[in-house]
Design a protein around this ligand. Structure first.
Ligand SMILES: Cc1cc2nc3c(=O)[nH]c(=O)nc-3n(C[C@H](O)[C@H](O)[C@H](O)COP(=O)(O)O)c2cc1C
Length: 161
């Protein structure tokens, strides 16, 4: 868990999504929550509707969160956190090798230090009218309120899988 938290606090981790039509994208994330909900181990990720990834995850059953080795893949984190798959193929541009996870529909980045493979069990939204004024001012000036995806952690791979 420490590796996940320190990567999120630092330059981020990779979210890998494959939708039901087989389209795949990698996006950098800095926000995620891990905890017990519904008696299950859950990883929640927060995705703004403006992201191309949002359109994919809306039609996905799974996602993976790939934590890079400490201090590595900085260029790729910055690239996948600033460029959109609407304009280019980030997997190709970054030279990522994607491996198959434990279920069809899960892909992860080869060489990650840690991989969380997750099955989406619920979705929700951050509602403007329920959100603190300061948070609205600081994080949502464009009204791009996050969608939240709750993934049951079904497999964890450690050590440069
Ligand atoms: C360090 C870092 C963390 C980020 N975290 C998130 C996040 O948690 N949720 C989100 O919606 N966007 C986040 N972003 C922004 C997206 O990664 C960025 O908009 C990306 O280009 C979207 O790609 P896409 O259009 O191909 O989906 C983050 C960017 C960086 C650099």
């Amino acid at each position: 868990m420490e590796k996940l938290f320190s990567s999120l606090e630092d330059e981020g981790s990779f979210l890998v999504v494959e939708n039901k039509e087989g389209a795949i994208n990698v996006m950098t994330i800095g926000w995620a929550q891990v905890g017990i909900v519904w008696g299950r181990r859950i990883m929640s990720v927060f995705i703004r509707p403006s992201r191309y990834t949002h359109s994919l995850i809306e039609r996905a059953e799974y996602f993976s969160v790939c934590v890079p080795p400490k201090g590595k893949m900085r260029r790729e984190l910055s690239f996948c956190g600033s460029r959109s798959a609407r304009d280019l193929n980030k997997v190709k541009e970054c030279g990522f090798v994607l491996e198959n996870g434990c279920r069809k529909g899960i892909k992860f980045i080869k060489g990650s230090a840690l991989v969380y493979e997750c099955r989406i069990v619920s979705r929700s939204r951050i509602f403007k009218e329920e959100t603190d004024k300061g948070i609205k001012r600081d994080y949502y000036p464009g009204n791009d309120y996050h969608s939240v995806y709750y993934g049951e952690i079904i497999n964890i791979k450690e050590g440069n899988p």
